[in-house]
Ligand binder design. Structure first.
Ligand SMILES: *[C@@H]1O[C@H](CO)[C@@H](O)[C@H](O)[C@H]1NC(C)=O
Ligand SMILES: *[C@@H]1O[C@H](CO)[C@@H](O)[C@H](O)[C@H]1NC(C)=O
Ligand SMILES: *[C@@H]1O[C@H](CO)[C@@H](O)[C@H](O)[C@H]1NC(C)=O
Ligand SMILES: *[C@@H]1O[C@H](CO)[C@@H](O)[C@H](O)[C@H]1NC(C)=O
Length: 414
C-alpha cells in the first residue's frame, strides 16, 4: 500500500517535471567523432542535451558493407560497439533521444536505386531501430535508437527521400521513429534538398559553419539571419535548429562568439518553428562550455517577447509545483506515519511497551528525563528515513524500466 502510494507519487512528480521542461530551447549534440570527449553516459549525465546524435554510419548503400565509425570509442569490426547499448539506455532513461547519424563528410555511401533505399532502410530498421533481427546483427547491441539523422554530404541527392519515407513508415503511435537532417546552410541543400521536400523530418538542424555566405562572418550576422529566415519559412513540419560549432577549432569558419550569440541572435528564437541549437561536437563543447550559454540565450534581453512568453509560461505552471509539493508532503507523511505504527507495534511486543511510555519529544525547558531513549528513537528514525529514500529510488527505477519497455518495439532475440 505504502509502496504503491510512493510509486504513484514519484511517477507523478517525474511526469510533471517533464511537462514543465521548456521544449523550445533544446540542444542537440554530435557524439562519436572525437577522442577524449567522454563516454556517451557521461555526455548524457551532464543534463545539457536533449538529443545526442551518434556519428557516423559512413559506409553503406550501393553494395558497400555497412560499417559504423565512432572513432576510438569502439571497434565495430570486433563487435566492440555493442557495449554502447547500456549507455544508450542510460541516456534514454533521462528522456534524451539518441539518434544514429548516417553520412558525414568522409566515407563511402550513396543510394543506387529505389531497391537500394529499401535495403538500407531495412538494415537501419532491423539493425538499430525496433525491427527484428538477431542480436549479432545489431552493431550497437539491443538498445533501440530513437531515430536516424541524415547528414548526407558526399553523395548524389537521389533516393534519400525514399529512404526517409521508408523509415517514417515504421513510426507507430506507440513508438515514433524520429528523423532529423543536417543540411548545409546554402539553400536548398544540394544533397538533402529533395529529401527535405518530403516534410517527414521532425528536426532540421542546419550547419551554419564551413559555409561562407550563409554563416556568421567577421562580426556580421546578416548572412546567417537571411539564411535562417529562408530555412524557417521552407520547413513546414518539424522544428528548425541553429547548427553551430561549439568552439573556434570545431570548424574552419562560422564560429559565433558567445557575446554575439547572446546579443545578436536572440531574434531567431522568434521563428514559430525554432527548436533550439545543434552543436558540433561533444568534444568541443566539453572544452568551451558553449552549451551553457544557450539555455539562457533566448532570454538575454528581458523585454524580448520570447522571454515574456517564457515567463508567462513558467508563471502559469506555479500551481503544478504547488501540487507537486503538497503531493510529496502527503506521501512522505503517510509513509512516516505508517512506519511509526509498525515500529510502535514492534516495540510493544519486544520491550513490553516500556518505550512507548518513555517517548517524549518536547519537554519544557528542553529538560528530558528520558533523553537516552529519545536519542535512540531518533537514531532509528533517521535510519528509517534513509531506508525510505533508498526504497523510493528502487521504486522509481522499477517504474522507469517498466515505462521504458512500453512501446519499446518488438525487437528481441529471434
Ligand atoms: C571507402 O572505400 C575505399 C575502397 O573500398 C576504402 O579504401 C576507403 O577507406 C573507404 N573510406 C572510408 C572513409 O571508409
Ligand atoms: C555505385 O557503384 C558503382 C560501381 O561501384 C558506381 O559506378 C556507381 O556510380 C555507384 N552509384 C552511386 C549512386 O554511387
Ligand atoms: C537488396 O537486398 C536483397 C536481399 O538481401 C538483395 O538480393 C538485393 O540485391 C539488394 N538490392 C540492392 C539494390 O542492393
Ligand atoms: C529592451 O530594453 C532596453 C533597455 O532596457 C532597450 O534599450 C531596448 O531598446 C529594448 N528592446 C526592445 C526590443 O524593446
Amino acid at each position: 500500500m505504502i509502496k504503491r502510494i510512493l510509486h504513484s507519487s514519484l511517477l507523478f512528480l517525474l511526469l510533471l517535471e517533464n511537462s514543465v521542461a521548456d521544449s523550445n530551447n533544446d540542444i542537440a549534440i554530435y557524439w562519436g567523432q572525437n577522442d577524449g570527449e567522454g563516454t556517451l553516459t557521461e555526455t548524457c549525465a551532464t543534463g545539457k542535451y536533449s538529443y545526442v546524435i551518434l556519428a557516423f554510419l559512413n559506409n553503406f548503400g550501393n553494395g558497400t558493407v555497412p560499417t559504423i565509425n565512432l572513432a576510438s570509442h569502439c571497434d565495430p569490426l570486433t563487435d566492440g560497439c555493442k557495449t554502447l547499448s547500456t549507455d544508450i539506455k542510460n541516456c534514454q532513461m533521462q528522456g534524451i533521444k539518441v539518434l544514429l547519424s548516417i553520412g558525414g563528410a568522409d566515407g563511402n555511401y550513396s543510394l543506387a536505386s529505389s531497391d537500394d533505399a529499401k535495403n538500407v532502410s531495412d538494415y537501419l530498421w532491423n539493425g538499430f531501430l525496433g525491427g527484428k533481427s538477431s542480436p549479432s546483427s545489431r552493431p550497437l547491441g539491443d538498445a533501440v535508437l530513437d531515430g536516424i539523422d541524415f547528414d548526407i554530404e558526399i553523395s548524389p541527392p537521389q533516393h534519400w527521400e525514399e529512404l526517409a519515407r521508408y523509415l517514417e513508415s515504421h513510426s507507430t503511435p506507440a513508438r515514433k521513429v524520429y528523423l532529423s537532417a543536417a543540411p548545409q546552410c546554402p539553400f536548398p541543400d544540394a544533397e538533402l534538398g529533395i529529401a527535405l521536400s518530403t516534410e517527414v523530418f521532425d528536426y532540421v538542424w542546419i550547419q551554419f559553419y564551413n559555409n561562407p555566405g550563409c554563416e556568421y562572418e567577421d562580426g556580421d550576422v546578416n548572412n546567417l539571419l537571411n539564411s535562417w529566415n529562408q530555412w524557417t519559412k521552407s520547413v513546414k513540419n518539424g522544428k528548425v535548429l541553429l547548427g553551430l560549432p561549439a568552439s573556434r577549432e570545431a570548424a574552419s569558419n562560422g564560429y559565433v562568439p558567445v557575446n554575439v550569440l547572446v546579443t545578436d541572435l536572440p531574434a531567431i528564437t522568434k521563428s514559430p518553428n525554432y527548436g533550439g541549437v545543434m552543436l558540433w561536437t561533444t568534444y568541443y563543447d566539453k572544452q568551451t562550455g558553449y552549451s551553457n550559454y544557450i539555455r539562457s540565450f533566448s532570454c538575454t534581453q528581458q523585454n524580448h517577447t520570447e522571454c515574456r512568453g517564457n515567463d508567462e509560461h513558467k508563471a502559469n505552471k506555479w500551481w503544478i509545483w504547488l501540487m507537486v509539493g503538497v503531493g510529496a508532503a502527503f506521501a512522505i507523511t503517510c509513509f512516516i506515519l505508517c512506519l511509526c505504527c509498525v515500529s510502535r507495534r514492534k516495540d510493544k511486543s519486544q520491550v513490553d511497551g516500556k518505550l512507548d511510555k518513555k517517548i517524549s519529544f518536547t519537554e519544557p525547558n528542553g529538560v528530558n528525563p528520558n533523553k537516552t531513549e529519545n536519542i535512540k528513537l531518533e537514531e532509528r528514525r533517521s535510519n528509517e528515513v534513509k531506508v525510505f529514500s533508498f526504497e523510493s529510488n528502487i521504486a522509481a527505477s522499477n517504474n522507469f524500466s517498466s515505462i521504458n519497455k512500453v512501446g519499446e518495439g518488438d525487437f528481441g532475440p529471434v
